[in-house]
Design a protein around this ligand. Structure first.
Ligand code: ATP
Length: 426
């Protein structure tokens, strides 16, 4: 491995202590120093690793801290939990622990080496050195470590050339079988490339194109997880477009497209500056699919019930929405058509298509009609003399329709409405 030889194992020339102190909150720096001191007392070595180190150089805030320990990770986690009085969840079988501070989380793991028995298998794990632990990682930019030990605090340990790749804006795998071992790295890599404005190093892109088919070795649940993480990006259309271009999206599910249309509706979803729900992005991604195709995707990636409902409602509503393209449709009829659909599906349809008139009705429903409530409730109706049972529901529906259409305003109007429609006057 070229970079490996070039940099050697002991490259700790760069010290990032000042950068740490400048870019991370003082509380976090304090905890990291304490972690180093505690590790020192038991003869362990502790390093800050992974995304937080990468983001430190990029000036991107990241409060998901990962610490790797050569030695007793769980013992260290326990002492820190005690010292800071924070919640600890540990998995002794995996040698990992998580500490939850008020404003950040700290994962502590035993340094390990990983081997894959076959493509897509979950790795077999053994305790190892910090070098082993960095070598098992996905990309060089995620394989840098910062030493936390007293006297060496802040020393960058970068045996795989991550810093140089950072400086050149490159996403590089650590060996030629990386995507074969774990094809989820394909989707991870695309995320990093697009999020950070980087590009795949040439050989990495060649390997990725060669290994796209290995996505078949990954379970639906793991693929879904990667897609969900992609949809949580600030601008998911970038990664989806790139995934399309690299043939990855089609490998995930043939009918998916990450095209210019998608980019346009995603940008529209962000108008007003809010971050859309990942489920809205998912519904928009599926908007162009037929109902059958959408059902196939949901099955293939084993989506949970809520997401299934939102996506299927999206493609079903797409076929109905033109019924709302009429100027004289009453608000109660708009409500009647839409109230059984998932709200995210309605929002997706509003963003994605339909005539201006239909859109106006979708908007009216989302901003107003869905919140309309009658002043009388079931108990009131029973007191007025409506028979307890289905008749109450029917009367309430009629009353809500009257309110939606502006036929009743006050409580007295509602009582009158019920009396005249549902109760005999004599
Ligand atoms: P993000 O900013 O997207 O959360 P992250 O780098 O913090 O990125 P995590 O998914 O939290 O990513 O993983 C933490 C670290 O674990 C990564 O930086 C990487 O070094 C390593 N890692 C995660 N998933 C893999 C994988 N599939 N293969 C190899 N290494 C991985």
């Amino acid at each position: 491995m070229r970079v490996w030889r070039k940099h050697g194992l002991g490259n700790m020339a760069l010290n990032v202590k000042e950068l740490l102190e400048r870019r991370l909150p003082a509380e976090i720096v304090g905890v990291l120093k304490e972690a180093g001191e505690e590790a020192n007392e038991t003869g362990s070595e502790a390093y800050l690793v992974g995304g937080v180190v990468r983001d430190l150089f990029l000036g991107r805030g990241n409060v998901d801290l990962d610490v790797v320990v050569e030695g007793d990770a769980i013992g260290l986690a326990k002492r820190l939990a005690e010292r800071y009085k924070v919640r600890l969840v540990s998995h002794s079988r995996f040698g990992t622990a998580k500490l939850r501070f008020a404003t950040f989380s700290l994962d502590i793991a035993t340094a390990r080496t990983e081997t894959y028995s076959h493509p897509g298998a979950l790795p077999a794990v053994k305790p190892g050195t910090i070098v082993d632990d960095l070598k098992r990682r996905d990309f060089s930019i995620n394989a840098m470590a910062v030493c936390l030990m007293p006297g060496r605090f802040g020393g960058l340990f970068d045996p795989l050339g991550g810093k140089e790749d950072m400086d050149n804006g490159l996403v590089r795998v650590l060996h030629d079988r990386s995507f074969v071992d774990d094809a989820t790295r394909i989707l991870r890599g695309i995320r990093y490339e697009q999020r950070l404005g980087f590009r795949f190093e040439e050989n990495t892109e060649r390997l990725l194109r060669r290994d796209v088919k290995m996505l078949h070795t990954i379970s639906g649940d793991r693929l879904r997880h990667e897609l969900e993480r992609t949809l949580e990006e600030e601008e998911p259309e970038r990664a989806l477009r790139r995934a399309d271009e690299l043939g990855v999206l089609q490998e995930l599910y043939l009918a998916l497209k990450g095209d210019g249309w998608l980019a346009k509706v995603y940008r529209r979803a962000r108008r007003g500056g809010r971050k859309p729900l990942a489920s809205l992005y998912l519904c928009l991604l599926c908007y162009q699919l037929s109902e059958q195709e959408a059902a196939g995707l949901l099955e293939h990636l084993n989506f949970p019930a809520r997401a299934r409902r939102a996506v299927l409602d999206t493609v079903r509503l797409k076929k109905e929405v033109n019924k709302l393209a009429s100027a004289d449709i009453k608000p109660s009829a708009v409500y009647e058509l839409l109230h059984t659909y998932d709200n995210v599906a309605i929002e997706a349809n509003l963003l994605a298509g339909g005539s201006p008139l239909a859109k106006r009705h979708l908007q009216l429903y989302l901003s107003k009609l869905r919140y309309v409530r009658t002043l009388l409730d079931g108990v009131d109706l029973a007191a007025l003399g409506i028979a307890v049972g289905p008749a109450i529901g029917e009367a309430l529906n009629a009353l809500r329709a009257a309110r939606l259409d502006g036929e009743v305003k006050t409580r007295r109007d509602e009582v009158e409405f019920i009396r005249s429609r549902f109760l005999s006057q004599d």
